[in-house]
Write a protein that binds this ligand. Sequence first.
Ligand code: CO
Length: 139
Amino acid sequence: MDSLLTEIDHVAIAVNDLEAAIAWYRDVFAASVEHRESVESDGVAEALLRVSDSYIQLLTPTRADSPVAKYLEKFGEGLHHVGYRVADCAIALEAVKASGARVIDDLPRPGSRGTIVAFVHPKTSFGTLIELVEDPQNH
Ligand code: CO
């Protein structure tokens, strides 16, 4: 069977100050923002910086009760999750659940950029929060 994971979609980094992080990536790496979005349901604002066919996703909370705000409180700034591209989020999520791994999203849901996503709990994935990303524009 082929791997369900087709590419790395993004590496997400939680930061306190989104503008400062964007400026740092620009000044140090000459990396520029390709897309910005606030996802109100998740209480986050993100900036995507392209690296070849993948992204660095800088992530900051937009409200105090957002999961990313809690993450920053607990762990500080740094690597938050890895987003893997999958051909079909629903199929990949079912395979993950069938394997006995713990998931955060029981069903796929809308992500940013028109993607369909589901999160896998770090508890059974060796400490890494994993996001399964189906990108209809990147198949
Ligand atoms: Co993500």
